[in-house]
Ligand binder design. Structure first.
Ligand code: GLU
Length: 303
């Protein structure tokens, strides 16, 4: 597609084609569509197919046909991240010139070992794996380069989420230097999403609340690359029977299961999870869309 950067209000839906659309991703699709369309904006679809071992053949097409069945129309051509490697390479080159990335030779096992060593402060409290900085000052002798990591600047990143309000994160403390190009040579989600949102002129990122904790990392990369920061709205998650974010298998909406009754039910569920009144179609819902009614609480999938 031709990139059209510009001020036009532009939203997007960026599924990973690892299976059919499910109720959780439907909420993100409907929510981002309503934000964009209710204000006359553009809505783009981007397939995030960089994590090749997880990509399921045929899933991208199934998702697109499913979006069509719901009446979630998109603008322009669908973008596939797997076809945009050159752009990610360019971004990495900029980061290298600015010395904002470094080569890391740590394996997962090295990092797990470092994480289980007694830690102090935030790391110990959250139990999260925080990059310990092993290769930040150069590869230790005898280590082969595996991945590129972004040198996270110190300090707190603050952003305004349309639903969650003002949020702050000190990425250096919560995550540390994170991977932008992986050991298998593929580019990481965090880098690709930032490059593509800017290249496609995305002005509003509306997606599931599971990505709230990626946002500060993405803002750090936008600043490092001199790219604009879009607005953010994180939508309520849909929970499976186990109380966790809906997995691939629960609530799946494969195209061949979508008879008219199932379509209506799924749309009704998505609108209610978004706090909106029932509607016949997304277009109908767009006329009455009220973002102030979107709840923050996750919603269990229908049993
Ligand atoms: N591809 C990501 C997912 O399916 C979404 C990325 C985004 O919206 O920023 O979870």
């Amino acid at each position: 597609m031709t990139d059209i950067p510009g001020p036009t209000r532009t939203g997007r839906f960026a599924p990973s084609p690892t299976g059919p659309l499910h109720l959780g991703s439907l909420v993100a699709a409907v929510g981002s569509w309503l934000f964009a369309r209710s204000s006359g904006g553009r809505w783009l679809v981007r397939m995030e197919d960089l994590d090749t071992p997880r990509v399921v053949p045929g899933a991208a097409d199934d998702i697109l046909r499913t979006l069509e069945r719901f009446g979630l129309t998109w603008d322009g051509e669908v973008v596939f991240q797997s076809q945009r490697t050159e752009r990610y390479e360019d971004a990495l080159r900029i980061l290298r010139v600015k010395e904002l990335v470094f080569l890391c030779g740590c394996t997962r096992a090295d990092l797990a070992r470092a994480a289980s060593a007694p830690a102090e402060g935030d790391a110990a409290e959250t139990g999260a794996t925080i990059y310990p900085g092993t290769c930040r000052g150069g590869l230790p002798p005898g280590r082969a380069a595996r991945a590129f990591r972004f040198r996270v600047p110190p300090g707190v990143f603050t952003f305004e989420d349309l639903l969650f309000g003002s949020l702050s994160e000190d990425v250096e403390k919560t995550v540390g230097d994170f991977v932008v190009k992986r050991a298998d040579g593929s580019y990481a989600y965090q880098l690709a999403v930032v490059v593509d949102d800017a290249a496609q002129g995305v002005t509003e990122v509306v997606r599931g609340a599971d990505l709230l904790d990626s946002t500060a990392r993405q803002i750090a990369l936008q600043r490092a690359l001199g790219l604009p920061t879009p607005s953010y709205a994180h939508l309520p998650l849909v929970l499976g029977a186990d109380g966790k974010k809906l997995g691939k298998r629960d609530g799946a909406l494969p195209l061949d299961s979508l008879n008219p009754a199932r379509l209506r039910e799924a749309l009704a569920f998505a609108l209610s999870a978004l706090g909106q009144e029932p509607a016949e179609s997304p277009r109908d819902a767009a006329h009455r869309f009220d973002p102030s009614r979107i709840p923050r609480e996750p919603r269990p999938a229908p049993g």
